[in-house]
Design a protein around this ligand. Structure first.
Ligand code: GLC
Ligand code: CA
Length: 575
């Protein structure tokens, strides 16, 4: 592989969820001035780029992924002046800033949609996807096809005014834009992209980047849930016929004019199909998120069918991600948390005791910082924030996806007494493991009331463990998860040929406790051994050469065995 050391390749990107980062004016909601007040903290962690989740004006049905105006700021988050200050505050500290580009859909409150909806002959009618109803033999009205939205229920919503349905792959307040229309595409480029590039931002995380192009036949999706009227639509809408044409156009017309990066969110597809988005010669996006690791245990058509995974599955997923770029001119990502995922330490580590929580959070840091691709850290991951307690009931869950899925369950099974229903209990068990809410609770800054996030009751409850897990108690403590992240990031930079760019080979596929691998670049090698279990594990290196310890998450260790959740990184010195 050619190492061209482009700035976004060896960068560490820190993701911020504005509602939950830091509340500066005590209204219970995080805001942009709150973020600005933490820029030195973010810099001290070692992050090079901030990815800010949507801060645009929005009714907040899907936490800002429903945008009603691309060029104004959600008033609770602040003003355009605050945003300008954030951009300059980042740049002053040599941090780059990327925003979220949400252009598969807008909010139904966007002026474009209001016009589109007003009449069939409005000039913006065709900016969204409108279709007539289907009627059955009894004359009953049905949606145009059987697609189920990603947030439950039909992907089509009937609109009385014009007697047609509009498409919404997510919530009904998130109508899909019609990318077939060139005028619409140009408006997207101008308002959603160029406006912000001109303000000096350094790129975008591109939301649902594989969904823009719909097959114009709008055929029914294949049956994956027999007996049900609505079917998973993912396979019908991902990687549509014109998707690469659209990305190439967006790149040529706008993105290529600036020195910026893009990282796309593209749903499940083969390596070959994914490479088409990110091969440098294709000129579409810099990289896309690879989901192998974070999707472990999920059914591909339903996130709430969660079966768990084995260590071997984890090894496979990591190798697949690291090898993704092998022999290509493409680039890739390494992330283990974001705003749509549960907390890594709960899913991949162990949170039975505080010691275990901290130790396994460090193990995850140790692993992630040695793996190939651009590294992403999600707010709170750097202090080992965990999932929310299982004891919390559905009223504490704020996410539209969690709530719709809950309502869907009650409706499907006609459940009238949820508190005593075993199916609901099981669903809550799953929610406690995989819900998106786990990532969205306020950042735990201090041991004070509300975790120091806000002086008033926050919009979402702070995790009960804020007294034990918070930033204040970790910064400056050499043994903390935070300090460990700092160290891992320094080493990742120092040995970037090995960790960021190097190739991986796994040494112990069948070992149910240990995960050991070699990262290699030319003749230099690092040997990594991680104990992903609550039991001690014997180990013996089979790598030729002398091992020099580079990093570990324990103070004391034995040469031939690893304690529970212990990990080590060695440099291999050639004989
Ligand atoms: C993406 C976002 C998710 C959002 C959805 C709809 O998957 O990551 O949070 O709900 O798009 O915009
Ligand atoms: Ca606020």
């Amino acid at each position: 592989m050619t190492k061209d050391y482009i700035w976004w390749k060896d960068a560490t990107i820190y993701q911020i969820w504005p509602a939950s980062y830091k509340d500066s004016n005590n209204d219970g909601v995080g805001d942009i001035p709150g973020i600005i007040s933490k820029l030195d903290y973010i810099k001290s962690l070692g992050a090079d780029i901030i990815w800010l989740s949507p801060m645009y004006d929005s009714p907040q049905d899907d936490m800002g992924y429903d945008i009603s105006n691309y060029n104004t700021i959600y008033p609770k988050y602040g003003t355009m002046e605050d945003m300008d200050n954030l951009i300059s505050g980042c740049h002053k500290r040599e941090i780059k800033l990327i925003l979220d580009l949400v252009v598969n859909h807008t909010s139904s409150e966007h002026d474009w949609f209001k016009e589109s909806k007003s009449s069939r002959d409005n000039s913006k009618r065709d900016w969204y996807v409108w279709k007539p109803a289907r009627y059955d033999s009894e004359g009953k009205r049905h949606p145009p096809n059987n697609w189920k939205s990603f947030f439950s229920e039909s992907a089509w919503e009937y609109d009385e005014t014009t007697d047609e349905y509009y498409l919404h792959l997510f919530a009904k307040s998130q109508p899909d834009l019609n990318w077939e229309n060139e005028t619409t595409r140009n408006a997207i480029y101008e308002y959603a992209l160029d406006f912000w590039f001109k303000k000096g931002i350094d790129g975008f995380r591109i939301d649902t980047a594989g969904l823009y192009s719909k097959d114009q036949s709008f055929a029914d999706a294949p049956i994956v849930s027999p007996g049900e009227e609505l079917q998973f639509c993912g396979n019908s809408v991902n990687n549509g016929p014109r998707i690469h044409e659209f990305h190439k156009e967006m790149f040529e017309k706008v993105t290529s004019k600036y020195d910026v990066m893009t990282v796309g969110e593209v749903g499940h597809c083969s390596r070959e199909d994914t490479l088409k988005y990110v091969s440098a010669k294709e000129r579409e996006m810099s990289m896309v998120f690879l989901f192998d690791l974070v999707s472990l245990g999920y059914s591909s058509t339903d996130r709430y069918q969660y079966d768990g995974f084995s260590l071997k599955d984890l090894k496979d997923a990591i190798v697949k991600q690291c090898n993704f770029i092998f022999g290509t001119d493409a680039w890739s990502t390494m992330f283990i948390e974001n705003h749509d995922q549960a907390r890594a330490v709960t899913r991949f580590g162990n949170t039975k005791t505080l010691d275990n929580t901290f130790k396994s959070a460090k193990l995850i840091a140790l692993m992630q910082a040695t793996l190939t691709g651009t590294l992403f850290i999600y707010q709170g991951q750097e202090i080992g924030m965990t999932n929310l307690p299982r004891s919390w009931d559905i009223s504490e869950y704020k996410d539209i996806e969690s709530n719709n899925a809950y309502q869907d369950l009650l409706k499907t099974h006609n459940i009238s007494d949820p508190e005593n229903d075993s199916r609901v209990k099981r669903f809550m068990d799953t929610l406690a493991l995989v819900s998106r809410d786990h990532a969205r609770s306020p950042v735990q800054w201090t041991a004070d009331k509300h975790g120091g996030f806000s002086g008033t009751k926050p919009w979402m409850r702070v995790n009960d463990n804020y007294k034990e897990i918070n930033v204040e108690s970790q910064v400056g403590d050499p043994n903390s998860v935070f300090s460990f992240y700092q160290k891992c990031l320094v080493l990742r930079r120092q040995y970037k040929d090995l960790f960021v760019y190097g190739d991986i080979s796994v040494l112990d596929y069948e070992n149910p406790q240990l995960f050991s691998y070699v990262k290699q670049s030319g003749t230099s090698k690092a040997y990594v051994v991680l104990n992903f279990s609550g039991e001690p594990a014997k180990f013996e290196s089979s790598v030729p050469g002398t091992l020099r310890l580079l990093n570990t998450n324990v103070d004391d260790f034995k040469d031939d065995s690893l304690s529970p959740w212990e990990g080590r990184v060695y440099l291999v010195e050639q004989l």
